[in-house]
Design a protein around this ligand. Structure first.
Ligand code: IPD
Ligand code: CA
Ligand code: CA
Ligand code: CA
Length: 261
């Protein structure tokens, strides 16, 4: 697929930050780690990756706004466009030597995500999409799964850690979903959970209490792969509320019924 100039900038930035993360991952035991909150860590790897991404993305498009997990928000000269970046999604996996983490870069234009890149450097899988142009992983076009039977389907989520108040709601979801499906996975990277729905590896995914940087890129990749993406509360907004449910069209209504009750 021939992408736009912006998509190429995003892919180049993700590859560059990915090389740095791979180096840090090989020597992960030497990384300095700080605790931001219960079960919420940040390391030099997160900070270095964010610095590289900012240099690349803001260097190429200096008028755009910026929102990233570690450094926060900066308004741009152009109020209509903004980079939304998670430099390392799956920090806990990374720090435990588990090769399941990703870089997530979304581009927002007038409140809508128009391009998204989720890069998994450990597996060299580059997931990307542009609005209206489909979703891809490396050279292959992505398509959500076609499974329509709950009992054959697997779903992903994130389990609330560190005493979070949304634990009872998630346990309730699991109580309703697990008896009627083939399995639930919790792999620890929201961006990759979304990319895997787009790739048809999971049939659906839901989670609460996320941030715009976890979701921006991945939700466009799911939509462009033919999936349905909705806020968990139908009256809400996925990016504003950080609550999401998504899946292939055939499974969506039964999946949503199990989760929403
Ligand atoms: C986390 C991951 C995880 C999700 C957490 C996120 P981080 O992001 O996406 O899968 O369950 O809620 O905070 O902190 O590793 O970038
Ligand atoms: Ca984090
Ligand atoms: Ca994240
Ligand atoms: Ca992160």
């Amino acid at each position: 697929m021939v992408g736009s100039a912006n998509l190429n900038i995003m892919i180049k930035a993700a590859r560059k930050a990915g090389r740095g993360l791979i180096k840090d991952f090989r020597e992960v035991e030497n990384l300095q780690v700080s605790v931001k909150g219960a079960g919420d860590f940040v390391s030099r790897a997160d900070l270095n990756a964010e610095k590289t991404l900012k240099e690349e993305l803001m260097g190429a498009r200096p008028t755009y706004g910026w929102l990233a997990e570690e450094g926060g928000e900066e308004a741009g000269q152009d109020p209509t466009r903004r980079w939304i970046v998670d430099p390392l999604d799956g920090t806990t996996n990374f720090l435990h030597g588990l090769p399941h983490w990703a870089i997530s870069i979304g581009l927002e234009h007038k409140g809508q995500i128009v391009a998204g890149v989720v890069f998994d450097p450990a597996k060299d899988e580059m997931f990307f999409a542009e609005k209206g142009a489909g979703a891809w992983m490396n050279e292959s076009r992505l398509r959500v799964s076609g499974r329509s039977r709950m009992i054959e389907s697997i779903f992903a989520t994130g389990l609330p850690f560190g005493g979070r108040s949304d634990l009872p709601a998630t346990l309730k979801d699991l109580g309703r979903l697990m008896p009627v499906c083939a399995g639930v996975r919790r792999w620890g990277s929201a961006a990759l959970d979304l990319a895997y729905v787009a790739a048809g590896r999971y049939d659906g995914y839901w989670e609460r209490r996320l941030n715009a940087w976890d979701l921006a890129a991945g939700l466009l990749i799911v939509k462009e792969a033919g999936g349905l993406v909705e806020p968990l509360d139908p009256a809400g907004d996925v990016l504003e509320n950080g609550e999401i449910i998504c899946g292939n069209e055939a499974i969506f209504s039964n999946f949503a019924k199990a989760i929403r009750g």
